[in-house]
Design a protein around this ligand. Structure first.
Ligand code: HPA
Length: 267
């Protein structure tokens, strides 16, 4: 299937990205600012999963940022849309096949760490993915990666340092922590967030961790940034709405775009 999808991409363009970027909820407008080479809609790629989530456009944008060749996902797919874990990570594997070696994952997430504020950025140091099924379950494709991949440094220390240094240069305060993925689509209960806090999570969301697992498996060097779009349930008494999530993402988008652009330029 990946080979068929790559064949379709190659029928449109020979462009070989160096860096892949997944743009999370409300963060997709970064793709509008790059020097665009071409745009490929997910719906035109054979057997490709199509985003149904609000504010996710559903296309690859290929082009250049700061002289780096990039492929950006304007919209991702999630488990809560009903896709299998393997379908959810199909785009990650395809971007690796296109030639990208570095992957930056971004998302909007709920803040659990009590030192976090709404609108903060968090470099993902590590993740907790064991509440969702691994995308690596099933027959292993040895051409992609090994059966039992090591997960001791999912988020590359080298890339994390670049992100933190770049944030400092731009005078952007940056937090760091552990991201926990739940399946969604409902937001969590206070008891679930209490558990997440106890087991060491700093932020919670409905994506990213399984993408990072698949990315390590297929040989990407990975990093991730969360935008703290709201305080997780029970950390604040206020009910959570998807509007709040996208409003925060919209508000911090200029800083986010500046950070990603400059960071990717250094990868
Ligand atoms: N929980 C889960 N996913 C999220 C949240 C949250 O509070 N905010 C943004 N995505």
């Amino acid at each position: 299937m990946l080979e068929k999808q790559l064949e379709y991409i190659r029928s449109i363009t020979d462009f070989e990205p160096e860096v892949a970027v997944v743009l999370g909820s409300g963060l997709g407008t970064l793709a509008d600012e790059i020097k665009v080479h071409c745009v490929i809609d997910y719906k035109d790629i054979p057997e490709f999963p199509v985003s149904t989530a609000p504010s996710h456009k559903g296309r690859f944008v290929l082009g250049e940022i700061e002289d780096k060749r990039v492929v950006m996902m304007q919209g991702r797919v999630h488990l809560y849309e009903g896709y299998t874990p393997a379908q959810v990570v199909n785009p990650i594997r395809l971007m690796r096949k296109m030639g990208a070696r570095v992957l930056m994952l971004t998302n909007a997430s709920g803040g659990i760490n009590r030192n976090f504020n709404i609108g903060d950025f968090m470099v993902i140091n590590d993740h907790i993915s064991c509440f969702v099924e691994s995308p690596l379950v099933g027959k292993n494709d040895e051409k992609l990666g090994v059966r039992f991949p090591d997960m001791s440094e999912v988020y590359s220390k080298r890339l994390r340092n670049i992100i933190k240094d770049t944030a400092r240069e731009l005078d952007i305060d940056i937090k760091q922590g552990v991201y926990l993925q739940f399946r969604g689509p409902n937001f969590e209960t206070p008891a679930e967030i209490k558990m997440a806090e106890i087991i060491g999570a700093d932020a919670v969301g409905m994506s990213t961790a399984i993408e990072a697992q698949a990315a390590v498996h297929c040989g990407f060097e990975v990093c991730g940034i969360s935008v703290i779009s709201n305080l997780a349930c029970g950390i604040s008494d206020k009910p959570i709405t998807s509007q709040e999530v996208t409003q925060t993402a919209d508000r911090v988008a200029p800083y986010f775009k500046a950070l990603i652009k400059k960071t990717v330029g250094k990868f």
